[in-house]
Design a protein around this ligand. Structure first.
Ligand SMILES: C[S@@+](CC[C@H](N)C(=O)[O-])C[C@H]1O[C@@H](n2cnc3c(N)ncnc32)[C@H](O)[C@@H]1O
Length: 280
């Protein structure tokens, strides 16, 4: 395991993923009934953007740093950016919340979180961070096991962020199998699978696999900051949203063009929003 999220925290992919997943969690909370948030590849709770790792890549400068003091944010981004501001009360951007902290900030008494992280150091930091909060369970284990271990949840309502580092060649396939199992065990599970946009050929296979996976409804959302197949690294990223809560589509349609324009590193940026399965 080489991947450490501290090198990438707050980059364009985090902005895209975190804003959307946070909004999904808020939409799940429109009902009083409790829900359970699962974060199978949780990373840690809070990242220091002034630490050595962030300093080496400077990725957050082309991500959250471009947005965090803007006052013309589309509604989808408002509460996400407000959450980052809460971590930086002296108005200097230094701390960036990872997905567990971002979602925990809005957790109600009746809600619950299940976090798993395989890296021993990050798992320990995460466990220490949430120690004493009985709503949060931190597990030092393989995130792909969560469907079998925890679904169906007693709340019958779940949002799962599936966010592996894609270090292994078979990660996309493992994600498809994991989503199939999750849906088999609890059909109404809402899933957000994050994936990198680098190699177009690999992605085409992945799209085919998702379309054929028998998942009930799948919304594909993508944001690119550079043209496809630029060889510099991460040209963009996507989320496959299974059973996305309404009215996410409308909010995304408004936010994505704005975000593409703000985060573009070459050209004008691009975005995509369409149904891969179960178009309503
Ligand atoms: C992309 S990062 C997670 C970022 C985090 N979800 C966020 O949005 O703030 C992926 C994390 O998965 C962890 N990881 C890698 N393989 C794993 C596995 N099989 N099970 C659980 N965690 C794993 C890595 O150590 C890393 O912290």
């Amino acid at each position: 395991m080489n991947y450490r999220h501290s090198y990438h925290a707050g980059n364009h992919a985090d902005v895209f993923k975190h804003a959307i997943v946070l909004r999904m969690s808020q939409l799940m909370q429109r009902k009083e009934a409790p829900y359970c948030y699962l974060d199978s590849h949780a990373g840690t709770a809070l990242y220091d953007l002034q630490a050595e790792a962030s300093g080496k890549t400077g990725e957050y400068l082309d991500g959250i740093a471009r947005l965090w003091s803007r006052d013309d944010l589309p509604p989808l981004l408002e509460s996400y950016v407000a959450n980052v501001r809460v971590q930086n009360e002296d108005e200097q951007l230094r701390f960036y919340p990872g997905s567990p902290q971002l979602i925990a900030g809005g957790l109600r008494e009746q809600d619950r979180m299940i976090l798993s992280e395989l890296h021993p150091e990050d798992a320990a930091t995460l466990a220490a961070y949430f120690a004493g909060d009985s709503r949060v369970g931190v597990h030092h284990r393989d995130g792909y096991e969560l469907a079998k271990a925890f679904l169906p949840v007693v709340e019958k309502r779940a949002l799962w962020l599936l966010d592996p580092p894609f270090e292994r060649a078979d990660d996309l396939e493992r994600c498809v199998a994991t989503m199939q199992l999750a849906i088999q065990r609890m059909r109404q599970t809402v899933i957000a699978l994050w994936y990198p946009i680098k190699d177009e050929r690999l992605l085409r296979d992945f799209y085919r696999q998702i379309s054929a996976a028998g998942l009930p409804k799948v919304l594909r959302v993508e944001l690119s900051v550079r043209p496809a197949d630029t060889t510099l690294g991460l040209n963009g990223s996507g989320l496959m949203l299974v059973n996305p809560p309404w009215p996410l589509w409308e909010e995304l349609e408004q936010a994505l063009p704005w975000l593409a324009g703000q985060l573009a590193q070459s050209g004008s940026g691009a975005w995509r929003l369409d149904w891969l399965a179960g178009e309503p």
